[in-house]
Design a protein around this ligand. Structure first.
Ligand SMILES: NC(=O)c1ccc[n+]([C@@H]2O[C@H](COP(=O)([O-])OP(=O)(O)OC[C@H]3O[C@@H](n4cnc5c(N)ncnc54)[C@H](OP(=O)(O)O)[C@@H]3O)[C@@H](O)[C@H]2O)c1
Length: 346
């Protein structure tokens, strides 16, 4: 049946300006890292994307390597675009990235111009797009001059393959350098994509969150639910079909007694606010305006609906924030720490 997007789709979602740019992003964005590969039925993927759009989620985030296999999430999203969103391209912000391993040999990963431009062309082909709205350097490359990586982003924008440039998991020092290079080239950095949630607060420690605000760069926090840990689902064990049951990127060893104890307490705080824990985790990431949008993932449409409900209560009292701080303890769950710690020796 032909998909007709909800006429009320823009009524409830909140849109926030992305740094000092002309673009606004929905407070909640949807990423296609998991659940968009060949191991998920197409109708489930379609349902997730349609539901997101129906709830005002206008931003869909991809990368060359999302799957499995790598590339399949972009193929799936390309099919959904053709089937359902053909008439709505101008209502969407679609992003992709390159940085991690994508094809064999010396030109299939990291930050060379050779890899980034070729990968961007491949992503456009897979999604059937003329351009993406944002193209990211997915990780800092300690062996390639930053001028080359940023020069490639500038070229990708100037050649019409992308409208804006972004960086992901760069630490504060590297971010400052990258932003200065992009500014010199005349292609300002629109957005930074770091991991951030109540159990992974490196952007606060590193100063990245403050730095992005100072520089006027937008930010999109990935894994705001700590891959599902910041929901009720693991409080009674590991449910079948959950991400932790699949051995992909959320490992049962991350569900320590300490973490589960804190999550239980955080869940009680969420309940006292009349929210689900997922909703409170999203609101918390967005709490002081320092982060533009929370980039969630979902394995079913009902999760998107639950998460979208976060916008109904984005405010916290000082007491609530204090109580959350007691339990929002750093856990060893930042799989991307190596990338933000890498240094080019400068
Ligand atoms: N730049 C980078 O290097 C990088 C790295 C990682 C991710 N990302 C981006 O960030 C996006 C989000 O990452 P993520 O999927 O790990 O985010 P997340 O939102 O922290 O976790 C998503 C998972 O949480 C569970 N979930 C979501 N909503 C729920 C709800 N309302 N109730 C109960 N469970 C819920 C689902 O787990 P189940 O599957 O168990 O149902 C879902 O798959 C990715 O798709 C990608 O676009 C970027």
């Amino acid at each position: 049946m032909t998909y007709m997007p909800s006429e009320n789709r823009y009524d409830k979602m909140v849109y926030r300006r992305c740094g000092r740019s002309g673009v606004k992003l929905p407070a909640i964005s949807l990423g296609l890292w998991h659940n968009f590969g060949h191991d998920t039925p197409h109708e489930v993927k379609r349902d997730i994307c349609r539901t997101a759009f129906d709830h005002g989620i206008t931003h869909f985030d991809l990368a060359n390597n999302y799957g499995p296999p790598a590339g399949s999430a972009e193929y799936a999203f390309g099919a959904i675009l053709a089937e359902d969103f053909r008439d709505h391209r101008d209502e969407l912000i679609i992003s992709s990235k390159a940085g991690y391993h994508m094809w064999p040999g010396p030109y299939g990963e990291w930050g060379s111009r050779k890899y980034l431009v070729a990968s961007c062309d491949q992503s456009l082909k897979r999604m059937g797009l003329d351009y993406v709205d944002v193209f990211y350097s997915h990780r800092f490359d300690p062996e390639t001059p930053l001028e080359e990586t940023m020069g490639a982003l500038d070229y990708i924008v100037r050649s019409g393959r992308a409208l804006y440039a972004g960086i992901s998991s760069y630490n504060t020092a590297r971010t400052r350098e990258a932003v200065a290079i992009l500014n010199d080239l005349g292609t300002p950095c629109l957005i930074h994509q770091p991991s951030y949630n109540m159990l992974n607060r490196w952007v606060e420690r590193d100063g990245l969150k403050d730095t992005l605000q100072e520089l006027g760069i937008g930010s999109i926090a990935f894994t705001p639910l700590a891959q599902g840990m910041l929901t009720k689902k693991y409080l009674g064990g590991i449910p079948d079909g959950s991400r932790a049951s699949q051995g992909k990127s959320l490992f049962p060893s991350m569900l320590t007694d300490q973490a589960l104890g804190n999550i239980r307490k955080l869940n009680e705080i969420a309940e006292s606010r009349g929210q689900t824990l997922a909703q409170m985790a999203i609101a918390w990431v967005l709490r002081d305006g320092g982060i533009t949008t929370a980039l969630i993932g979902a394995s079913k449409a009902s999760q998107v609906i639950d998460c979208a409900g976060a916008v109904e209560n984005l405010d916290f009292t000082a007491d609530e924030l204090k109580a959350i701080d007691e339990y929002a303890d750093e856990e060893q769950i930042n799989l991307w720490a190596a990338s933000s710690e890498l240094d080019n020796g400068a």
